[in-house]
Design a protein around this ligand. Structure first.
Ligand SMILES: Cc1cc2nc3c(=O)[nH]c(=O)nc-3n(C[C@H](O)[C@H](O)[C@H](O)COP(=O)(O)OP(=O)(O)OC[C@H]3O[C@@H](n4cnc5c(N)ncnc54)[C@H](O)[C@@H]3O)c2cc1C
Length: 469
C-alpha cells in the first residue's frame, strides 16, 4: 500500500536543493500547469519541475519515489482526457524546456529528438533535411513528441503511416525510481526479446517519463490532391474507401462527414459547400504522391471511376491551396465548438459497423434529449468515429448521463471507447466496456512491476489514486 502524498514541504525543499529554483517552481505555480486541454478539474500542484535533461527527470523521480510523492508527467497539455491534469499535492514534471533535435541520420532515415520538442518543430527539422515526419495533428504547435508517444496519438495521416507507435524505433525513459533506460535503436528489425518500448507508448505517463525518441522519417511527398465527394449511403462510403485503396497506394486521408455535421458546419462558416451532400455523406479524400507529372491524372481517373460505379454521386476536386484549406476547414468543424457544453467522443468500431452504430447511438441520444445536436464525422479508414454531442447548457449529472449512454452503446457494439485520445481520467470508469477483466489485470500487473508505490500519474487509465495500483 502506498500512503497519501506527504503533507509537508520536505520533498519540495529536497527538489530545490538538488535542482535549483530555476528548475523547480514551488507554489503558487502558473495556472497553465493546472489542467490540460480538456479543462478537467484544475488543481494546483505542490511544485512544477521544468526539467531540461534526462538527469533532471531522474533526480526528481528518485527524490519523489523516496518520499512516495505522487508525480504527474506533462507535455504540451493538449491532451483531451485529463491525463496530464494534477491533483492538489502532486508534483508535476513538465518537459517544455527539454527541446531539441539531437540527430538526423540520413542513411537510416531517423530523427533522435528530445521528448519536450513540439511536433511542429520536429516536422520542420525533418523537412529541412529533405524528409517528412509523418505524424500530424491539429495540436502540432503545442503537442510534444513525448506526449504524442505517451498517448499513442493518431491524427490526419494514420491511414497511410499508422499511429505514433508505428513511428517509434528507439526510446529513452525514466522509471518511477529514477532508473534511466536508454535504447536508442535505429534499426527497423530488432527482435531481440520483448520490444519494451511499446509498453510505454500509450501508457499516458503511468509507467515512466519518456525523455528521448528515435523516430522514423519518410521521403517528402511531391504532390497532393484533395477532393470532396458525395456518397449516397454509408455502405457507399465503405465501397469508396475500398475502391480508393485498390487504385491508389498514396491515400493519406479519408474523412467521412454525416449530413447534420455538413449542414451545421457549412452554415456556421457562412459558406455553401462546392458539392451538396443533401441526405448523403461528404467524404474528403486526399492522395499524396511522388510523380507530380502523372499524379493529377491518376487522381482524376480515381474520381471518375467512383462516379461511374455510383459509389459517389458528385465530386469537387480542389485546384489551389486555398481550396484545399477550405475543404479541411469544413472537416475541422470549428462552429461545433460554439455550441454549449459540447462533449467530443472519440470511439472506434470495425469499419463496416460504423454506419449502424452511428445511427443507433444518434437515435438513442435524440430519444432521450430531443433537442440535442449530434454531429458525426470520422477517419473511417482508421475505424475511428468522432461524435460531438450538445444537449444545451447542462449540469455535470446530465453530461455524465450522455457519457454513460454513448459508452454503453460502444460496449454493446464491442467497440473501443478511445480510438486515439487515451483514457486519462475522463474515460477511466468506462474502461471495462472495451477491455476484458484479464486484460485490465495484465495492465495492473505491469503497473505494479514498474511502479510498485503507484507514484506515477496515479488514478489515470485505471486503478486508484492511492494504494496499490
Ligand atoms: C486541437 C487539438 C487537436 C487534436 N488532434 C488530435 C488528433 O488528431 N489525434 C490525436 O490522437 N490526438 C489529438 N489531440 C489530442 C492531443 O494533442 C494528443 O493527445 C497529444 O498527443 C498530447 O500531447 P501533449 O504533449 O500535449 O501531452 P499532454 O496533454 O501534456 O499529456 C498527455 C498524456 O501524456 C502524458 N505525458 C506527456 N508527456 C509525457 C512524457 N514525456 N512521458 C510520459 N508521459 C507523458 C501525460 O501524463 C498525459 O497522460 C488533439 C488535441 C487538440 C487540442
Amino acid at each position: 500500500m502506498s500512503p497519501e502524498p506527504p503533507t509537508d514541504d520536505t520533498v519540495v525543499a529536497e527538489l530545490i536543493e538538488a535542482l535549483g529554483e530555476q528548475i523547480v517552481l514551488s507554489s503558487p505555480v502558473d495556472v497553465r500547469f493546472r489542467t490540460d486541454w480538456s479543462g478537467h478539474l484544475p488543481a494546483e500542484p505542490r511544485a512544477v519541475v521544468l526539467a531540461r535533461t534526462t538527469a533532471h527527470v531522474s533526480t526528481a523521480l528518485a527524490i519523489c519515489q523516496a518520499h512516495r510523492q505522487t508525480v504527474v508527467p506533462q507535455g504540451g497539455l493538449t491532451g483531451l482526457a485529463g491525463g496530464a491534469t494534477p491533483q492538489s499535492g502532486d508534483v508535476v514534471i513538465n518537459l517544455e524546456r527539454m527541446v531539441g533535435i539531437e540527430e538526423i541520420d540520413i542513411s537510416a532515415a531517423t530523427m533522435t529528438v528530445l521528448a519536450g520538442t513540439t511536433l511542429e518543430a520536429a516536422q520542420g527539422a525533418a523537412r529541412g533535411a529533405g524528409f517528412e515526419l509523418t505524424i500530424d495533428l491539429g495540436a502540432r504547435g503545442s503537442a510534444q513528441i513525448g506526449g504524442i508517444l505517451a498517448t499513442n496519438a493518431g491524427g490526419n495521416r494514420v491511414i497511410r503511416y499508422g499511429m505514433a507507435r508505428e513511428h517509434l524505433l528507439g526510446f529513452e525513459v525514466v522509471l518511477a525510481d529514477g532508473t534511466v533506460v536508454t535504447s536508442l535503436n535505429k534499426m527497423i528489425k530488432n527482435n531481440a526479446g520483448y520490444d519494451i518500448k511499446h509498453l510505454f507508448v500509450g501508457s499516458e505517463g503511468t509507467l515512466g517519463i519518456l525523455t528521448r525518441a528515435v523516430l522514423r522519417l519518410r521521403p517528402q511527398c511531391l504532390s497532393r490532391h484533395t477532393a470532396l465527394c458525395v456518397s449516397p449511403s454509408y455502405a457507399d462510403v465503405v465501397r469508396l474507401l475500398q475502391l480508393t485503396q485498390r487504385v491508389s497506394t498514396g491515400l493519406s486521408a479519408f474523412e467521412a462527414m454525416w449530413p447534420h455535421f455538413c449542414s451545421f458546419v457549412a452554415e456556421g462558416l457562412g459558406r455553401r459547400l462546392p458539392v451538396d451532400p443533401g441526405d448523403g455523406f461528404a467524404v474528403l479524400i486526399e492522395v499524396t504522391g511522388n510523380h507530380p507529372d502523372i499524379d493529377e491524372a491518376l487522381f482524376e481517373d480515381l474520381i471518375g471511376s467512383a462516379l461511374e460505379t455510383g459509389v459517389i454521386s458528385d465530386a469537387f476536386i480542389a485546384r489551389s491551396n486555398k481550396e484545399v484549406e477550405e475543404l479541411w476547414a469544413l472537416r475541422e468543424g470549428e462552429p461545433i465548438d460554439r455550441l454549449p457544453s459540447v462533449i467530443n467522443f472519440d470511439v472506434s468500431l470495425p469499419i463496416g459497423e460504423i454506419g449502424g452504430f452511428a445511427a443507433a447511438c444518434e437515435r438513442r441520444l435524440i430519444d432521450r434529449w430531443p433537442a440535442a445536436h449530434v454531429m458525426l464525422f470520422g477517419h473511417i479508414g482508421d475505424s475511428n468515429l468522432h461524435i460531438c454531442v450538445s444537449i444545451g447548457a447542462a449540469g455535470v449529472d446530465q453530461l455524465l448521463a450522455v457519457d454513460q449512454l454513448v459508452y454503453a452503446t460502444v460496449g454493446e457494439w464491442s467497440g473501443s471507447i478511445s480510438a486515439e485520445h487515451g483514457i486519462g481520467v475522463l474515460k477511466r470508469d468506462y474502461l471495462a466496456y472495451s477491455r476484458t477483466a484479464p486484460e485490465i489485470d495484465i495492465m495492473r500487473r505491469i503497473k505494479r512491476a514498474l511502479d510498485p508505490d503507484n507514484i506515477l500519474n496515479p488514478g489515470k487509465i485505471f486503478g486508484l489514486r492511492t494504494g496499490a495500483p
